[in-house]
Design a protein around this ligand. Sequence first.
Ligand code: FDA
Length: 306
Amino acid sequence: MLRAVFIGLSENKSLRHFAESSAMGRRMSSRFAAGLEVKDAVAAAKKLNAMGATVSIDNLGENVTNAAEARESAKLYHDMLDELSKDGLKANISLKLTHMGLDVDPALCHDLVSELVDHAVKIDNFVRIDMEGSPYTQKTLDFVHELHRIPGHSGHVGAVIQSYMRRAEADVEKLLSERIRIRLCKGAYKEPADIAFQQKSEVDANYVKLAKTLIKSGVYHGIATHDENIINELKQFAKAESIPASAFEFQMLYGVRRGLQEQLIKEGWGLRVYVPFGTEWYPYFMRRLAERPANALFIAKNMFRN
Ligand code: FDA
C-alpha cells in the first residue's frame, strides 16, 4: 500500500520540481545520492574504493524530452569516464536509456550509448544499462543485445533483469546464450499482475533461482540486493558449488545497509556500490522510500535534528 503511494509520488511533476529546487529537498537527497556534481560522485567512489568496494556511477535522470538534454546527459557520462580513468578508480557507469533520449529519438539514443560503450572499451571500462518500467523492458533488452553484438563491445556492456517480471527467466536464458553480463535485482517499479509477480515470496523465490543460474554460468554477473537472507543463501550456494568469490559480485545502493556492505567486504566477497549523483534525484529518491517506507520517518527525524 505505502509502496504504491511512494511510487505514485515518484511520478508527480509538481512535487518533483518543488523538491529538486529547494535546499531542504537537496538535503534530503543526500541520504541516497552522493551529491549534485561529477566531483561529488568521484569523491564518493574514492572513499568506497578505499573501503574495498568497487562502484557503478549513475548520473540521475530519466525521460528527457529533447535531443539537447540527451546529448548533455551523454556528455556528462563521457566526462565521468575520463575522470574515472584519470584517477584510476575501480568504477564503471550505469545509465538509463530514457535519459539518453529513447523516448525522443531512438536512433540518437542508440548512437549516444554506442559512443559511450566505445569510450568504455578504449579505457577498459564497462557500461551498465539500467532497467526501467515495463514499457521499456523489450526495447532495453533489444538495445543491449544490439550493442553487445557491435565488434569490440562484448564484455563492455551489460543488462539488468528484474526478478519480479514473469518473463525474467526467459530473458536471462537469452542474455546468457550470448554471454552478456547481467545485474539481477528484484525490480523497483509498480507493475501489473499479468506481467509481474505481486507477492514478495514469489519475487524472492524467482530471485534466488535466477541468481543461482547466474552464479554458475561462468559469466561475471552482479547480484544486486540488500536482502540478507538471500545473500546468505547465495554465499552458501557458492561455497557448496566451489564457485570462487571472484566469479561474481554482490551489488548494493549507496547509503543502504552500510553495515552489511562492510561485512561482505570483510568476508572477501566482491561488492559494487551503485552511486547516484546529480540534480534530478527526486524519482530515484522516492523509489528508495517505496522499498522501505520506514526510511521516510528516519529522514524526517534527521532533517530536524541539530
Ligand atoms: P527488499 O526490497 O526485499 O529488501 C530487503 C531488505 O533490504 C529490507 O528488509 C531492508 O532491510 C533492506 N532494504 C531494501 N531497500 C532498502 C532501502 N531503500 N533502504 C533501506 N533498506 C533497504 N531496480 C530496477 O528496477 N532497475 C534497475 O536497474 C535497478 N538497479 C539496481 C542496482 C543496484 C546495485 C541495486 C542494489 C538495486 C537496483 N534496483 C534496480 C532496485 C531493486 O530493484 C530493488 O528495488 C531494491 O534493491 C530493493 O530490493 P532488495 O533486493 O534490496 O530487497
